[in-house]
Design a protein around this ligand. Structure first.
Ligand code: TXA
Ligand code: MG
Length: 318
């Protein structure tokens, strides 16, 4: 049985005993363990079935903790931390010797973020160590945005999900690194490119696997439902390609009058934040509806629309 509970003391007990639990964040739920416990971190990789070459993000509650993790803090990293922490920004920093290689997959950098969720911040404050936490989904699957999604994925395997309600943002953090003077964006996320550039100036986007060997997690197929998924510009033309099939539509603002098995509009008033927040939960739901295909509408390529399209492209990759 997986316990779903708001009990922070109980959550800390598991973590202090080198066990792993799921934690809420403002982006998605994470599968968390003590960064210094080889046992816990190995369990994280095993439970997720994640390859060991794919490093983990370290979660902190206080910027002072960077002293134990990062060799140095580039000037621009300080500016970004001041602007976005706590929040959905992950920064890749040169790592200190004592950060275990298991966390960083042998890289000389460590990914760090300060999540903005009151329950997890309180949990982190009560612990003597930071938490490594990848998204709490089996490798390649849709990320979880509720405690129920996590429990559904890991049934009895996981002792506890710390309940923190539905995730407010619904899409993973934006990952930023520093290459010389250049600020590089490795993963589109909840903070839009425009919002980052407003603070720090031009960033170089290396969001694709081939551009970023130093960001090993950027897989072409990822965030994927089991149901075959397609990302399309013209929904009505796409529907016509699947006569007689059970079609589910994932739409931005407007319903279609075509007959389909199911259609979901993510934000009737065209709010990209609302659409992002509902995206994964809707994919989870549609994946359980016994549909033959999911057809998603391409979003406008601005702000969070870019991030949503990135996730849908990876979900649609066969
Ligand atoms: O919003 C989030 O970031 C969530 C919540 C739980 O915090 N976490 C998350 O973790 O999305 P995960 O493991 O699903 O994705 C982490 C990404 C992976 O693509 C990984 O390759 C990359 O971060 N990463 C981690 N450490 C890195 C490093 N040192 N250098 C480059 N990329 C790194
Ligand atoms: Mg993930």
């Amino acid at each position: 049985m997986t316990l779903i509970s708001q009990d922070i003391t109980k959550a800390a007990d598991f973590l202090n005993r080198e066990e792993i639990i799921a934690i809420p964040t403002e982006t998605v739920y994470g599968l968390a363990g003590n960064i210094y416990s080889e046992k816990a971190i190995k369990s994280v990789f095993e439970m997720k079935k994640r390859p060991l070459f794919n490093p983990l993000i370290v979660h902190i509650h206080d910027i002072a903790q960077l002293e134990e993790l990062a060799e140095e803090l580039p000037e621009k990293a300080k500016v970004l931390a001041a602007a976005f922490w706590p929040g959905p920004l992950t920064m890749i920093l040169p790592k200190k010797e004592n950060v275990p290689d298991l966390i960083t997959a042998g890289h000389r950098t460590v990914a760090v973020r300060m999540p903005n969720h009151p329950v997890t911040l309180e949990l982190l404050r009560s612990l003597k160590f930071p938490l490594a936490a990848p998204s709490a989904n089996p490798f390649g699957c849709i990320s979880p945005t509720t405690a129920f999604h996590v429990a559904d994925y890991f049934h009895g395997e996981l002792p506890m999900v710390l309940e923190g309600g539905p995730c407010e943002k619904g899409i993973e953090s934006t990952i930023i690194g520093f290459e010389g003077d250049e600020v590089v964006l490795y993963r589109l996320g909840t903070i839009s490119v425009e919002a980052i550039e407003n603070v720090i100036g031009k960033v170089h986007i290396k969001n694709k696997k081939e551009d970023a060997p130093e960001a090993p997690g950027m897989l072409e197929r990822h965030y994927a439902p089991q149901t075959p998924t397609f990302l399309e510009n013209d929904i009505n033309a796409a529907i016509a390609k699947f006569p007689g099939k059970r079609i589910g539509l994932l739409l931005f603002k407007e319903r279609t009058d075509k007959a389909v098995s199911y259609q979901c509009v993510l934000s009737a008033n065209g709010n990209l934040h609302e659409a992002a927040q509902k995206l994964y939960a809707t994919l989870h739901q549609m994946d359980k509806m016994d549909l033959d295909v999911i057809i998603a509408e391409r979003f406008p390529g601005v702000g969070l629309g870019k991030t949503i399209n990135d996730r849908l492209e990876r979900a649609a990759k066969s």
